[in-house]
Design a protein around this ligand. Structure first.
Ligand SMILES: *Cc1c(COP(=O)(O)O)cnc(C)c1O
Length: 428
């Protein structure tokens, strides 16, 4: 039996019905290309969900992972340590904005956010304010799929109604309406500021994605909005958690989203591109003050410890990916991608059914009036020789930074061509 037929009988895919369609078997990746079992080669527009920033099978990462595989692919992290983990944590502390001074390694972004939330709760317990258990976040956010993280995802996208009773209830401020390059006015932040003021005695932390709201709507907002949030949190002493899992490692044109606004988080989450898309790894970075408070309070430990914490293979991959951030002109590449995306996606604005076109860094978004019909649009993109995976009303690109102008043009041309032919709406 063919792989796809066998898959349909026994495998779940993300956010899919038990037997979901359409489905393609991929057998190899290299550079910016995916090779399907049919032999067809696709130009990758997704970087495997923000992750493969240096493209696939980068030689430097492959070499580091191979070397580590032969020395020690995995070892428990309780009571033991190793150079790949220590070196990585040191570098992350070095690179991250502000005073972050300790790193908790985990195996996925959702867990990194869980650890961030737990850290904030433990911080207040240690300070003798155990009733501070609420989080304040923004509508339109995405922070993961586990229960604690789902509870701070946008209530609609995060399907809160469906899971009501099993989710913590938190505070949601209006989604930032002020676009990245629009003039910020104090009124843009008034709802957030009101909620923070009214509930400050019960709020453990503010959590949000800096500058770019990712899976919750691919929305780019004003750096000043973020800067004001930092000020408001500092004024009343509420820790700010920045979820940089999507924005981290150059995607927005700066190393971290926080850099656009020159803000320093108290807790920061990293994942996705951390290993250059090679292995699953995530990190939660915490400020000196929060660490010390937790350490000197009760129970005096951070209560978390995944089995595959600090996996040496993943740490080696991450170290190699950071080397590449140092040795390659990723900034120039992202700026060039941004310019080209802006130019080449602009004509989509004129297409029927398109409500917005926006670009920031190496992210290009075409937003439609109605959700796409995946049964039609996914095979249409594959037919065009590109791997683009829309969700809902959003058709978007976030290619590997190493993509060439010609390959990027294939992606943008495919979007224009497929959207013109299929009119995007469900009715077509
Ligand atoms: C993807 C993502 C997560 C969750 O990471 P997983 O590795 O999928 O668990 C959390 N926050 C943001 C901003 C993300 O983009």
């Amino acid at each position: 039996m063919q792989t796809i037929e066998r898959d349909r009988k026994s495998v779940w895919h993300p956010y899919s019905a038990p037997e979901s369609s359409p489905l393609f078997e991929v057998v190899q990746t290299e550079g910016v290309h995916l090779t399907l079992a049919s032999g067809k080669k696709l130009v990758d527009g997704m970087s495997s969900w923000w992750a493969a920033i240096h493209g696939y099978r980068n030689a430097h990462i492959e070499e580091a992972v191979t070397k580590q595989l032969q020395a020690m692919p995995h070892i428990m992290f309780g009571g033991l340590t190793h150079e790949p983990a220590v070196a990585l944590c040191e570098r992350l502390i070095d690179w991250s904005p502000g005073n972050l001074s300790r790193v908790f390694l985990s195996d996925s972004g959702s867990v990194a956010v869980e650890v961030a939330i737990k850290t904030a709760l433990q911080y207040w317990m240690a300070r003798g304010e155990p009733l501070r258990q609420k989080l304040l976040t923004l509508l339109g956010g995405y922070h993961g799929d586990t229960f604690a993280t789902m509870a701070v995802c946008d209530p609609v996208n995060g399907m809160h109604d469906f899971f009501r009773g099993n989710l913590q209830e938190h505070f949601f401020a209006e989604r930032p309406t002020c676009r990245y390059d629009e003039r910020f006015e104090e009124q843009h932040i008034s709802h957030f500021s009101t909620l923070l003021g009214e509930h400050q005695r019960s709020i453990a932390a503010v959590i949000l994605e800096p500058i770019v709201q990712g899976a919750g709507g691919m929305w780019f907002y004003s750096p000043q909005f973020l800067a004001r949030i930092r000020e408001l949190c500092s004024e009343i002493g509420v820790p700010l958690i920045l979820d940089e899992i999507a924005t981290g490692f150059g995607r927005t044109g700066r190393l971290f989203g926080a850099n656009h606004a020159d803000v320093e988080p108290d807790i920061m989450c990293l994942g996705k591109a951390l290993t250059g898309g090679t292995l699953s790894l995530a990190a939660t970075l915490v400020s000196e003050e929060i660490c010390e408070t937790i350490g000197s309070g009760q129970p005096g430990i951070l209560a978390h410890g995944p089995t595959f914490m600090g996996n040496p293979l993943a740490c080696a991959a991450a170290g190699a990916s950071l080397d590449l951030m140092e040795s390659t002109p990723w900034r120039e590449r992202v700026i060039a991608i941004e310019d080209q995306l802006r130019r080449e996606l602009e004509p989509c604005r004129e297409l029927p059914g398109v409500s917005d076109v926006r670009t920031l860094g190496a992210i290009g978004v075409v937003e439609l009036d109605d959700p796409v019909d995946m049964g039609i649009i996914q095979p249409a993109f594959v037919e065009e020789g590109v791997w683009i995976r829309p969700f809902g009303k959003l058709v978007y690109l976030m290619p590997p930074f190493i993509i060439s102008p010609a390959e990027l043009s294939r992606l943008t041309a495919a979007i224009h061509s497929v959207l013109s032919r299929h009119h995007c709406g469900r009715s077509h």
